[in-house]
Design a protein around this ligand. Structure first.
Ligand SMILES: Cc1cc2nc3c(=O)[nH]c(=O)nc-3n(C[C@H](O)[C@H](O)[C@H](O)COP(=O)(O)OP(=O)(O)OC[C@H]3O[C@@H](n4cnc5c(N)ncnc54)[C@H](O)[C@@H]3O)c2cc1C
Length: 373
């Protein structure tokens, strides 16, 4: 049986490794002509870590990432609204999350492919859903027994299966960067201001990943923003926000609008073609779970093919395992983003966040991080 995966991002790479371990041969076709260590940082919560451990990848990820001890949500002035501790996570799951540069994560996954073919410069242009034939932009074609669409939020595979899906704009735009900056703390912080947020995540001893989210309604041209524009925008935020922005080369800053789409009310597959990762369930990044859920997909696709050699049955098993959990995360992540950027009533918002019961948060996190379902 020959399977192909379109897209060599987090979902495509981890799924290929998972399928190989389930005894299924696949090849990956990735649009990018070369692999560059681009992107900023990413938080791999313990649900993703458990899967990476299962796939035998944890050691390499640990040696390239940073272990955090504490997470804080504060107001823009640094006053604490909420705290969570990784020691609680370790107590429940025996492991903790990891903060890592995306480029390093991607390289670690590519190195772990072994003899799984990864073809670069292969942008899928067309899909014959009846005969399972993919046509690439370079004119070449390939036929497969099953196809996995791991081609991200703008998925061409999804457009062929479910052309009615509309992307949703969250009303927020996000800059990300990696600063040569030593935070000196194993602590991640998200600071909430008025329609502005700033996140600080150390990803190595001397490297700090940051994200800055602003409401689009603010009078600001995000795409053209320079470092000094951002310094001005976040002027009222407590230290070390300005220092971190200042320590980031302008060409290492990236900007994206935050998009998702409402959970599909169809299954994620049609015949022997299935979507995974952002292609199936893109979410806003407010819970730091998009990549983690892509990695969870990889785990359950592997489990599905261990149980069922018929792709259609495997995809059905996979979908039934995953859709409820994913739907909840897409919905909650969107809501958190809207709450964080509320136009009025910041004091009340902060009061609610500060006074939400710790036990409620802990129970939610336990459910979120569990892959035993
Ligand atoms: C600001 C921000 C912060 C985030 N932070 C976190 C976080 O801390 N933790 C977390 O877990 N998640 C986070 N996420 C979400 C995470 O980045 C995504 O959910 C994750 O990258 C999805 O992986 P994927 O492989 O499905 O898609 P992608 O990463 O988009 O990969 C898709 C791949 O498919 C390729 N491709 C696209 N079209 C084609 C085509 N036609 N033919 C062939 N190949 C194609 C692309 O080149 C790409 O390599 C964040 C997202 C954003 C925007």
């Amino acid at each position: 049986m020959k399977g192909i995966i379109i897209g060599g991002g987090i979902a495509g790479l981890t799924t290929a490794i998972s399928l190989k371990q389930a005894g299924i041969d696949v090849a990956i076709y990735e649009a990018a002509p070369e692999i560059k260590p681009i992107g900023a940082g990413i938080w791999l919560a313990v649900n993703a870590i458990q899967v990476l451990k299962h796939l035998g990848l944890l050691e390499i990820i640990r040696s390239n990432s940073y272990a955090l001890e504490e997470f804080r949500v504060t107001d823009y002035d640094g006053n604490i609204l909420q705290k969570a501790f990784e020691k609680d996570v370790i107590q429940t799951f025996g492991e903790q999350g990891a903060a890592i540069h995306r480029g390093r994560l991607q390289q670690n996954l590519i190195d772990a492919l072994g003899d799984i073919p990864l073809y670069l410069g292969k942008r899928c242009k067309n899909l014959d859903t009846e005969n399972l034939i993919v046509t690439f932009e370079d004119g070449t074609q390939i036929q497969a027994d099953f196809i996995i669409g791991a081609d991200g939020i703008h998925s061409i595979i999804r457009k062929h299966l479910f052309p009615f899906v509309q992307l949703r704009h969250s009303g927020q735009t996000c800059w990300r960067g990696v600063a040569d900056y030593s935070l000196g703390l194993q602590q991640a912080t998200e600071m909430w201001g008025k329609q502005l947020r700033f996140g600080i995540v150390p990803i190595l001893e001397k490297e700090t990943y940051w994200f800055a989210v602003s409401s689009k309604a603010l009078d600001f041209d995000a795409k053209k923003a320079t470092k000094s524009d951002l310094l001005q925008l976040y002027l009222s935020f407590a230290p070390p926000v300005s220092d971190i922005i200042s320590a980031t080369p302008q060409d290492k800053m990236i900007n994206n609008d935050l998009l998702d789409f409402k959970p599909l009310d169809t299954k994620w597959f049609k015949g022997n073609i299935c979507l995974i990762g952002d292609a199936a369930h893109a979410m806003t990044p407010n819970m730091g779970q998009g990549g983690c859920q892509a990695i969870e997909d990889a785990y359950f696709i592997g489990q599905a093919f261990k149980k069922h050699k018929n792709p259609l049955q495997a995809f059905d098993f996979f979908y039934k395992k995953r859709y409820k959990k994913v739907k909840e995360i897409v919905v909650n992540s969107y809501r958190i983003g809207q709450l964080a950027h509320i136009r009025r009533g910041h004091w009340f918002r902060n009061f609610i966040v500060k006074n939400s019961p710790k036990s409620l948060t802990n129970n939610r996190l336990k459910k979120l991080y569990s892959i035993d379902y």
